[in-house]
Ligand binder design. Structure first.
Ligand code: NAP
Length: 282
């Protein structure tokens, strides 16, 4: 017996006009989890800006949104570059209007032992995940505050924010920073009408991951390891994201929601066999 699956893809969770007239910016929204969340925002009526570096990724995101009858544009951005982030918001405003919601989903990750990690690899992941989240969030907030408009920011975290994780020192440290930043910004910006939350996904397999992570995906084997008895379905992540940024969550801010079928808490008294880093990521 596993935890039940969510309603079928395409089932509306929120009233269909929840995001009507709203503009949602999703960084890294052309692939994987970002694309899945962008689709659910579009289904709930939002116009969506897919913002990332690669045109083929942005085009895939736009196509996915249009396939469910939504409206989307793509804008090039490298979230590590503050001027590019500002120019991206300018282009979103020209194409769709000012942003009401920002989803900081862009990330880089590749498992590597800390002793084999180059300074550049460390800097690059921290730059995309932590600095990128800071740059996009502050630019979004400055603009929302200037036009006296409310807003919602959703950061995408990870459960290794709290546990750390072998092979992911760079990403885990950066995600821990993101979880913490969520709390600071929530308090700073609540008086301005801006909510800041974080969503920490568990195992959500998809086909857009880099080869090194793709070949480790095994939903059937994972189902036996996860207390829920199954991996996550992409659209249920979309349900969580669209709820957290919606008016139905108007009092929710500074919160990190873990959506992982209880996986990160499973260790308890039974000690799983320990696998040294040399065997996990030679
Ligand atoms: P993914 O498919 O590799 O997506 C990463 C996205 O980030 C890509 O669309 C990429 O687009 C964009 N990106 C990377 N560097 C960027 C930069 N410098 N500027 C702008 N955009 C950039 O990964 P995913 O699995 O969907 O993960 C999405 C989020 O969920 C991440 O925050 C990840 O840490 C988190 N997460 C995922 C899982 C999972 O099960 N997959 C679990 C826990 C947490 P371009 O290449 O076009 O720039």
């Amino acid at each position: 017996m596993a935890l039940p699956t969510p309603p079928a893809v395409g089932t509306a969770m929120l009233p269909p006009d929840t995001y009507a007239g709203q503009v949602v910016v999703v960084t890294g929204g052309g692939t994987g989890l970002g694309k899945a969340m962008a689709i659910e925002f579009a289904r709930a009526g939002a116009a969506v800006a897919i913002v990332s570096r690669k045109p083929d990724h942005r085009e895939a995101g736009i196509a996915a949104i249009e396939s469910v009858g939504g409206r989307a544009i793509g804008v090039e951005v490298d979230v590590r570059d503050s001027e590019a982030v500002s120019a991206m918001f300018d282009q979103v405003e020209q194409g769709l209007g000012p942003a009401d919601v920002l989803v900081n989903n862009a990330a880089g990750n590749f498992p590597v032992q800390a002793t084999k990690m180059s300074p550049n690899a460390w800097r690059s992941v921290v730059d995309i995940v932590l600095n990128g989240t800071f740059l996009c969030s502050t630019e979004f907030a400055r603009r929302a505050i200037a036009r006296d408009a409310p807003g919602a920011i959703l950061n995408i975290g990870a459960t290794y924010s709290w546990t750390g994780g072998p092979g992911t020192a760079h990403s885990a440290a950066a995600k821990a920073g993101v979880t913490n930043l969520t709390q600071s910004l929530a308090v700073e910006w609540a008086p301005k009408g801006i909510r800041v939350n974080c969503l920490a996904p568990g195992r959500f397999p998809h086909g857009d991951l880099p080869e090194v992570l793709l070949k480790r995906q095994d939903p059937e084997a994972d189902a036996k390891r996860i207390p829920a008895g199954r991996v996550g379905e992409l659209h249920e992540l979309g349900y969580a994201a669209t709820f957290m940024c919606s008016p139905y969550a108007a009092y929710l801010s500074g919160h990190t929601l873990v959506l992982d079928g209880a996986n990160w808490l499973r260790r308890g008294l039974t000690m799983p066999e320990f696998t040294p880093i040399d065997e996990q990521f030679p």
